[in-house]
Design a protein around this ligand. Structure first.
Ligand code: PRP
Length: 210
């Protein structure tokens, strides 16, 4: 069977994703979450793993540099990549929220929204017919309302610690997100058997873990 190339997002979910793969019998012997190595070969020789920034995973998969990818739904939505979403891996579950200081939404005609996810923020407020201006930030988004740079943020809340420690509150929940398995459309057609087998292995573990 042909080898599958898997792009795995660095960061919070990497360790859990590797552990899930191990449970499914797919072992990357020299992987550890602090590694600076970028390419790994599975012990069985069936998989090549590319360890890349989360934001780039949809690009690797969409271009076919990787056949499959493991990355958060947030990143997939923001990228708008033309890929198949095959499986919810149930890892890294968190909430997309609108958050701000007190009544920051009510006072404004036109909201300024800071976010690492301007596409998602724009789509969300468009559905509600609320005019906004977005400010793209790459991290520490919670700072924006505190210094008057933005009225609200659209961001991810996992434990709620960052929001709480910065005196912000959740104004509205947008949606629940989690880590997904995605696939390149052409690869899915040409490497169907290998991809299906991979999905079945993961599904068996996910069902067992429930
Ligand atoms: C994410 C997110 C929030 C925080 C939420 O940021 O953008 O800031 O985690 O997690 P919590 O609810 O558990 O506090 P990340 O840690 O990726 O860092 P960043 O701000 O540099 O993007």
């Amino acid at each position: 069977m042909e080898m599958l190339t898997l792009a795995l997002a660095k960061g919070r979910i990497a360790k859990d994703a590797i552990s899930l793969l191990e449970q499914a019998g797919i072992q990357f012997d020299d992987f550890h979450d602090q590694t600076r190595k970028l390419v790994f070969q599975s012990a069985d020789g069936k998989y090549r793993l590319l360890f890349v920034k989360a934001v780039d995973v949809p690009t690797y998969v969409e271009t076919g540099a990787a056949d499959i990818g493991i990355v958060g739904k947030d990143t997939i939505m923001e990228a708008g990549a033309d890929v198949y979403e095959l499986l919810d891996l149930g890892l890294g579950a968190c909430q997309f929220v609108v958050a701000g200081l007190g009544d920051s939404v009510k006072r404004k005609q036109r909201l300024t929204v800071a976010s690492k996810y301007p596409v998602i923020a724009t789509q969300f407020f468009e559905r509600k017919n609320i005019p906004i201006e977005t400010i793209k930030l790459n991290g520490s988004v919670e700072l924006a309302p505190l210094i008057g740079m933005a009225d609200v943020i659209v961001d991810i809340v996992e434990t709620g610690t960052t929001i709480k420690e910065n005196g912000l509150s959740i104004i509205e929940e947008v949606e629940t997100i989690s880590t997904r398995l995605i696939a390149n459309k052409a690869s899915f057609a040409t490497k169907t058997k290998a991809t299906q087998q991979f999905i079945m292995q993961l599904e068996a573990i996910l069902e067992g873990n429930q």
